[in-house]
Write a protein that binds this ligand. Structure first.
Ligand SMILES: Cc1cc2nc3c(=O)[nH]c(=O)nc-3n(C[C@H](O)[C@H](O)[C@H](O)COP(=O)(O)OP(=O)(O)OC[C@H]3O[C@@H](n4cnc5c(N)ncnc54)[C@H](O)[C@@H]3O)c2cc1C
Length: 383
């Protein structure tokens, strides 16, 4: 794979690897153990000019392609999945929605501060009673003059309590189902918006996750994204591209677990020889390396399709599904290879093992990815 990278891509990967190993790796275990939001990593991401990575250059972003994002965020997830989740939610879900669907005025009003990292973004779609079936939304938006009043709640919102800007999906007409969905850019200091952090996650424990409540929360009409009824289309389009980011995260964490395993097999001896000389161990490494490469190739293809302006609905779902399940395989084998030492907190593979599990759940569970893929293949092969 490395041979297929351009010189610029190799340099980008090395620059981010040095940053991640120098600044994120030493703190990742602390953020995890204390369920501590990784503010230091945000400062580092700002300094590296990564908070506006994929945001367009005309509003202060770096204007990077998804292929470049996949290189950057693989390196971040390789050492800290908490930072990766925080970063990807900000750029690929929140800022990206405003960049792609915001009016020129909304883009100028919100994106420069998001691109610099001065303002952090969140994305509020999931509700207590609707996750996979996102169209079954209970949060309402009622027009009142030049504003809307939002009422309802969102759950599991990444960066929810830490964010300054939240893209929120509501129903302005519950009888119209998905076609009654309307999206807004909500400033989180708006009156009537409150957040309650959710604690006790299995993995990505440093990333912020919150319940968000709206009680007659007044949002100006000027903050509506598109027209009334555009919300569901916007959400689905963004989730399609964001799946590339989640596939990237899975590749990165699988690579992190693999790298730890490869180091360990060269140090530990059993039955008078290093672990690396036992064929059972060699075969585990072979299967891990093959799955990581396949996941990376699927991810790169979906990123290239997006960058070239082609449809990538099926390909992004394939990349997210395969990469998250490959990561599951790799973290499991990495713990196995470490034996009893892999079962203890002080070993990063233990954290990767817990952090991995969410990649098969958020931004569409593996079952939802299979629904997307099967729908597409049946459509393509209809007789
Ligand atoms: C840590 C964390 C961070 C998150 N961050 C965000 C965020 O920032 N913004 C946001 O909006 N959401 C966020 N989410 C929500 C996440 O996207 C949802 O949890 C996910 O989409 C699944 O929804 P659910 O939990 O309601 O599960 P459900 O939809 O209740 O599904 C339960 C199970 O049933 C399966 N299932 C459901 N329907 C079908 C079907 N038709 N056929 C077969 N199987 C089915 C699912 O695959 C799953 O296994 C986050 C979640 C977590 C845990």
């Amino acid at each position: 794979m490395d041979a297929l990278y351009t010189d610029d891509e190799r340099l980008l990967a090395k620059t981010i690897r040095d940053f991640a190993e120098g600044e994120l790796a030493p703190l990742a275990a602390r953020w995890d153990a204390n369920e501590e939001f990784p503010w230091e990593s945000i400062e580092g991401l700002k300094r590296m000019d990564l908070m506006g990575l994929t945001i367009a250059a005309d509003v202060g972003g770096a204007g990077a392609s998804y292929t470049e994002m996949a290189i950057v965020d693989e390196e971040i997830a390789r050492v800290c999945v908490t930072t990766s989740t925080t970063h990807l939610t900000h750029i690929s879900l929140s800022a990206s929605t405003i960049d792609r669907f915001g009016s020129p005025e909304q883009r100028q009003r919100f994106l420069p501060a998001m691109a610099s990292g001065e303002k952090l973004g969140a994305f509020g779609l999931t509700e207590p009673s609707s996750g996979s079936d996102a169209s079954d939304m209970q949060t309402t938006a009622t027009r009142k003059g030049d504003s809307y009043l939002l009422n309802g709640s969102k759950t599991f919102i990444t960066n929810g309590a830490e964010s300054d800007v939240m893209v929120v999906f509501t129903s302005h007409d519950r009888s119209a189902g998905a076609r009654g969905t309307t999206a807004f850019i909500v400033e989180t200091d708006a009156k009537g918006l409150s957040t309650v952090p959710m604690h006790g996650k299995m993995g990505i424990r440093g990333s912020g996750t919150a319940n968000v409540f709206f009680e007659d929360c007044e949002v100006p009409v000027a903050n509506r994204l598109g027209e009334e009824g555009d919300g569901f289309k916007i959400a689905m389009a963004i989730i399609d591209s964001s799946r590339i980011s989640l596939a990237t995260q899975s590749v990165g964490l699988a690579q992190g677990a693999f790298d730890a395993a490869v180091r360990y097999v060269q140090q530990r001896e059993t039955f008078g020889k290093p672990l690396k000389e036992h064929q059972a161990i060699q075969f585990m490494l072979a299967d891990m390396a093959t799955q990581i490469d396949a996941a990376r190739l699927l991810t790169r293809r979906s990123a290239q399709l997006k960058d070239a302006g082609h449809g990538h609905n099926k390909e992004s779902a394939m990349a997210k599904l395969y990469a998250s399940e490959a990561a599951h395989f790799c973290v499991d084998k990495a713990v196995q290879i470490h034996g009893g030492y892999g079962f203890f907190r002080e070993n990063p593979v233990e954290r990767f093992y817990r952090d991995q599990r969410i990649t098969e759940i958020y931004e569409g569970t593996s079952e939802i990815q299979r629904m997307v893929i099967s729908r597409a293949v049946l459509r393509e092969n209809a007789i």
